[in-house]
Design a protein around this ligand. Structure first.
Ligand SMILES: Cc1cc2nc3c(=O)[nH]c(=O)nc-3n(C[C@H](O)[C@H](O)[C@H](O)COP(=O)(O)OP(=O)(O)OC[C@H]3O[C@@H](n4cnc5c(N)ncnc54)[C@H](O)[C@@H]3O)c2cc1C
Length: 469
């Protein structure tokens, strides 16, 4: 008697691609027939305030590309809408699979959700197979020599590099596409985005795997200049791949392979990818960072910032052109350059004295590449409350940052039309350098004085007694 074919389903989440894909590779290696599913999670979608959310649009268009690819291989994407803890066990039952394969997601919400899905599947005599995909080193995988967790980046990065075994960690995941299974017509397919309660919206970058690969290929020749170019927002000096790493339209293994192929020239860029994993590690080992300062001494600090100042920061009306240009760019595109993220985060916490959690939340709503671990890490770094963060007395001067990193005012000019006609010197500080012209521009006066606020911040932050790391 012939054995019945063994079936599995791959549940896509943060791995929206079809190559070098850990879950697809594992499933097609072990099973005869493999289906692919995605769930539009109502719990996540209902919490989004904007029905034109850039991320939902990015996901939707990336799924369309996957669906097309699967159809070329005799299958198609099954797209569900609802609570994944119900939808996944239901589809697993309908498809009569032995196992559901997923790339492991380490965020607190995802971990709880997956535990529940796993238990429900077990109750149906099916299993959830979690595989490593979104990182090279999983959170909690690396330890200090004394067996503890890392709190400082440099030793973490050293351990990461030391343990890297390229033939194992970076190997491309081979997928047996011939095992992709035909899908019955009755099962739900990808519908227009409106079906999931959202509107299509323009994106500043092309979604999907093909576009992500193009971005990587475009960036590669610039890798050797990354160290010098990466701080200038008007220069296209970084990869722009954070969104792809967030949604898995590119494999992190591929990024690291490419960085390694460039030897020393790829080192600095690789370091940034290790920062991403460092923050995942911090979140995993210290889940309280989600709502609390990593350095707990700072947790009771009362940030005296005013709500009206926070609102001015959100809409790019602080009177500090580099800050306002950055915030307007974020609001319009869902994107902000790393140097600008550092400037606006420092400005909110140390010039406006607003609690970092408010800025973190605002970024979480707006950023196309929003990743809980990196966003929390970045904000706590800027506020000096985090793991290996800036010392509290290091306070960015927004004017000097502006003159250094946007010397000719190109970035400011792009996002603040009121200042488009100002010369390269005046544009950084219009009210001090040409008040008459500033008055006619409609651009606001600075809402605070940097020197005064710096003194207030120093007094506030120095009142906290830090315990040594
Ligand atoms: C306040 C603040 C909030 C941030 N929020 C996020 C966030 O929600 N999501 C996010 O992906 N990054 C976040 N970052 C990190 C960083 O700003 C972005 O990853 C970077 O700007 C993305 O641009 P890129 O892809 O061109 O990066 P590149 O310079 O090309 O770097 C390559 C990759 O390394 C990773 N990376 C780079 N810098 C960092 C960093 N400082 N921390 C962690 N990972 C890094 C990203 O995955 C990035 O795509 C934040 C930084 C700050 C200061």
């Amino acid at each position: 008697m012939m054995a019945s074919s063994r079936r599995a389903v791959v549940w896509l989440r943060r791995d929206l691609r079809t190559s070098d894909h850990a879950a697809l590779a594992a499933a097609t290696h072990a099973f005869d027939q493999v289906s692919v599913a995605f769930v539009f999670d109502r719990y996540i979608l209902d919490a989004l305030p904007d029905r034109c959310d850039h991320r939902v649009c990015f996901i939707h268009r990336s799924l369309a590309e996957i669906d097309k690819f699967l159809r070329q291989h005799g299958s198609r994407l099954v797209v569900l809408f609802g609570d994944p803890t119900e939808e996944i066990p239901r589809i697993a039952r309908q498809l009569d699979v032995d196992a559901v394969f997923v790339g492991r997601d380490y965020d607190p919400y995802a971990t709880t959700r997956d535990r529940e899905v796993g238990e429900r599947l077990k109750g149906q005599r099916q299993r959830l197979e979690l595989v490593k995909d979104i990182v090279i080193r999983e959170p909690g995988e690396l330890h200090t020599q004394s067996g503890g967790d890392f709190r400082v980046f440099t030793p973490y990065s050293r351990a990461w590099r030391k343990q890297l075994a390229p033939e194992v960690d970076l190997a491309e995941m081979p997928i047996a596409y011939a095992k992709l299974a035909p899908v019955e017509d009755a099962l739900p397919s990808l519908e227009p985005i409106e079906t999931y309660g959202f509107e299509p919206t323009d994106l500043w970058l092309e979604p999907g795997e093909a576009a992500a690969r193009k971005r990587l290929a475009f960036f590669e020749p610039k890798m050797s200049r990354y160290e010098s170019d990466r701080n200038f927002p008007a220069t296209d000096g970084t990869s722009g791949l954070s969104v792809d790493l967030r949604f898995g339209t590119i494999s992190v293994r591929e990024c690291v392979r490419r960085a390694q192929a460039h030897g020393v020239a790829g080192e600095k860029w690789l370091t940034e990818i290790i920062w991403r994993e460092f923050y995942q590690d911090i979140l995993f080992n210290h889940p309280t960072v989600v709502n609390h300062a990593f350095k707990s001494e700072y947790d009771g600090l009362e940030w005296p910032g005013e709500e009206s100042h926070f609102q001015a920061w959100c809409i790019g009306q602080t009177g500090y052109p580099i800050v306002d240009a950055a915030m307007r760019c974020l609001n319009a595109t869902g994107w902000m350059h790393n140097r600008l993220r550092m400037i606006v985060a420092s400005f909110l916490t140390k010039d406006l004295l607003v609690d970092w959690r408010k800025g973190e939340h605002y970024f979480a709503v707006k950023l196309l590449d929003f990743e809980l671990a990196s966003n929390n890490g970045g904000w706590q770094w800027a506020a000096s409350t985090g793991a290996d963060s800036q010392p509290y007395f290091r306070i960015f001067n927004p004017l000097l940052q502006s003159e250094k990193f946007d010397e000719k005012g190109e970035f400011i000019r792009q996002w603040i039309p009121e200042l488009a006609g100002f010369d390269a010197r005046t544009i950084h500080d219009p009210w001090a350098r040409n008040p008459l012209e500033a008055m006619g521009s409609g651009y606001p006066r600075p809402i605070v004085d940097h020197a005064t606020q710096k003194a207030r911040a120093l007094k506030l932050l120095s009142s906290v007694r830090e315990t040594p790391a």
